[in-house]
Design a protein around this ligand. Structure first.
Ligand code: SF4
Length: 114
């Protein structure tokens, strides 16, 4: 795990590293959007947790079905959870917000500090 020094400015575009479920869902939490509401942690137990900064990180996607993980993302109050299947964004629904497109490729990625 490589740790990076990030200024507050950089943190606004920081996402944790993507993880894949058994069936190939790729999940990224855009941490600058996460308000630590814990909905994902409660809905998909074992697949998300809050780090020391109260930002959600993906832990083990095999603990839940893809449907449960998708529901957790749908219920995130700030749409901080991005889900891809076969490299295509399926949540949030692409086009709903132009800025949401392909955050994993546009934004600087960095591993979470745990
Ligand atoms: S539900 Fe959304 S805002 Fe709440 S902890 Fe999870 S990612 Fe963060």
């Amino acid at each position: 795990v490589t740790l990076e020094q990030t200024s507050p400015k950089k943190e606004s575009v920081q996402a944790n590293s993507p993880k894949e479920s058994k069936d190939g869902l790729e999940v990224v939490v855009l941490q600058s959007r996460c308000i630590g509401a814990s909905v994902c942690v409660d809905e998909a137990r074992g697949s998300f947790k809050l780090n020391s900064l109260k930002k959600a990180v993906v832990t083990d996607l095999s603990k839940n079905s893809d449907e449960t993980i998708l529901n957790a993302a749908r219920n995130c109050p700030t749409q901080a959870i991005f889900i891809y299947k076969n490299k295509k964004q399926i949540w949030p629904i692409p086009g709903a917000d132009a800025q949401d497109k392909q955050p994993g490729t546009k934004l600087k990625m960095s591993l979470d500090i745990e």
